[in-house]
Design a protein around this ligand. Sequence first.
Ligand code: PMP
Length: 313
Amino acid sequence: MPYPDTLSPVPEAPKTDSRPALLDQIGATPLLPLRRIGAHLPDTVTLWAKAEHLNPGGSVKDRPARQMIEAGLASGAYQPHHTLIDATSGNTGIAYAMIAAALNRDVVLALPENASAERKAILRAYGAELILTDPMEGTDGAQAYVRREVEAHPDRYFYPDQYNNDANWQAHYTHTAREIIDQTDGAVTHFVAGLGTTGTFTGVSRRLKEHNASVTCVAMQPDTPLHGLEGLKHLPTAEVPGIYDDTLVDTHATCSTEDATAMTARLAQEEGLLVGPSAGANVTTALRIAETLDSGHVVTILCDTGTRYLSDD
Ligand code: PMP
């Protein structure tokens, strides 16, 4: 059949719909079996990774950013004259900057000065203004800056406050967990997530336990206060997020930066998945759990793309 020599006309975008189409590109990510990394597991045990790095902003944080912004727009807390402000180690900021650009709104982000160069460049490329805070204070220092600024100028800002905003975990309760249940035909037995704002762990675990009370939820943290797992918190030495629900934790786990880095390289080289170090930490932990099982479906999260870390070495 020959190709037609005229192309069909491109449909015009509806002019009345002010909701950016970008928002519908977030979520519905694939759930991938890690067949090579899990090759030594029995056939009855599957290691699954939710490919959140395939979101349009390159990370799992597109989901809560969309949910918090849409909740703010719906409640009136986010007015057209407001600048969006928040503290973020990077990925939520990228998601805010991406979505706010599509909504034609301004963004100010506070982040520790040692966040990776790629992240800062991406944020600036979306048009965000950056406030770089003391790296020794981590994301807690960035949060303190934002609180002072919002207190001083309450009418200037929409402050989603991802550490204390229920829409953060609700994004994962409503979408991420439902997708995991559907994609495993309801058979998920274990869920492993590293703790940052704790939104992923709290939202997914809450929904999975409602689906099946015997699902085991594993909360992972870096093994030391000074670590290289960007996006994760060492809770004993950090401010505990308000949305964290430790009653959902069945097992606590830790992961070293070295083990996470080694697994991140394996994910790229054995599975073709170029993801960041917190994804390596998640898969390290999920594999350790899977290795103790006779049967089960262990699900974890590939939090962000690895392209943001290539100049860190
Ligand atoms: N990994 C990375 C790379 C992140 O940016 C984040 C978010 N801080 C997390 C893991 C943790 O996710 P959550 O905030 O939902 O706990």
